[in-house]
Design a protein around this ligand. Structure first.
Ligand SMILES: [Zn+2]
Length: 312
């Protein structure tokens, strides 16, 4: 631009760009506002980067994103009342990011790309969940009486969810997870699972998960509040700080690791800390790991030191 920013600097354009590029640049109208240039992410109206928009862009580039299909099917999938593990599997299948034989074939790996379960056709996501013999038999039992026509997995999900109530939707998603588990058992353990076991396993998992959602915190510790022990993080009461702590031990390294996150009543993160303890000791009196015990001391000690005295 010229020094007083009222137009393009013709001399600089001539020095730096060829005739075609000069024409293109001159077509860009300069704003009247005297603003500094900044980084702008074109996939969001506000210009700020978001993982969601980047994901959408990548899926579009790979040809896996059809605006009309995707918006509605994703909304329906994320409303299914099932465990996060199940929804993750559904998401991976609909995003075509499950590891399957056809992908190895595309990457020129010398491997039999046929479905390891039925050996009938190439193992694609559609084959695993719609056309494999196990899948056909499962849906014959689970979705009996339902008439659906579909070209691909997205359409199938959309139709199956439209024709089902809440409980059935969760069942369909969990059976998908069980079908994938049965397929993995063939690949990794050479173990074939019968169809009724695939369905029974799905129903058992779903029942257990539903029961776990209903159960209240069962403990004799008197200071537990509503939401403590929940699978989903719940905000602490006003003026309280909630400290989430987790510890794990690594026997092979004789070490333990601790993660601590403290959040306030509005959910904002106040402190986060990870600690690695290389010498693992066990308190034989109460059989509680040193890492576990140390984590409690660390989180209470560090918060108290800051003058907080109400820690949930
Ligand atoms: Zn198959």
């Amino acid at each position: 631009m010229t020094e007083n920013k009222d137009g393009w600097d013709e001399e600089i354009l001539r020095d730096l760009f060829n005739a075609r590029d000069q024409q293109c640049i001159k077509k860009v109208e300069l704003g009247e506002l005297d603003m500094e240039d900044g980084v702008y992410w074109s996939q969001e109206l506000h210009g700020n980067y978001s993982v969601r928009s980047a994901y959408r862009l990548l899926q579009r580039q790979r040809g896996y994103w059809v605006e009309s299909d995707n918006n509605s099917v994703w909304r329906k999938v994320w409303r299914i009342n099932a465990s996060a593990k199940i929804l993750n599997l559904v998401w991976r299948s609909l995003s075509f990011c499950l590891p399957r034989m056809s992908i190895l074939g595309q990457k020129k790996v010398v491997v039999d790309t046929r479905c390891p379960v039925c050996k009938i056709e190439s193992e694609t996501v559609e084959h695993v969940f719609l056309r494999c013999t196990v899948a056909i038999q499962c849906w014959g039992l689970i979705l009996s009486g339902m008439q659906y026509t579909c070209q691909n997995l997205h359409q199938w999900w959309e139709q199956a969810l439209d024709m089902s109530d809440g409980g059935k939707k969760a069942e369909i998603a969990t059976v998908c997870w069980s079908i994938w588990k049965a397929r993995n058992d063939v690949v990794w353990n050479k173990k074939y699972t019968q169809v009724y076991v695939v369905i029974a396993r799905a129903k058992q998992f779903l029942d257990q998960w539903r029961n776990a959602q209903k159960s209240a915190v069962c403990t004799s510790y008197p200071q537990l509040l509503e939401g403590d022990g929940s699978c989903v993080w719940v905000k602490p009461q006003e003026s309280m700080i909630k400290v989430s702590v987790d510890a794990s031990t690594f026997q092979e390294f004789n070490a333990s690791g601790i993660g601590i996150v403290a959040r306030n009543a509005s959910g904002g993160m106040m402190v986060a800390r990870t600690v690695c303890i290389s010498e693992l000791k066990t308190d034989s009196r109460n059989n509680r790991s040193y890492g576990d015990k140390r984590s409690t001391q660390l989180d209470q000690g560090s918060e108290m030191a800051k003058g907080y005295n109400r820690i949930g």
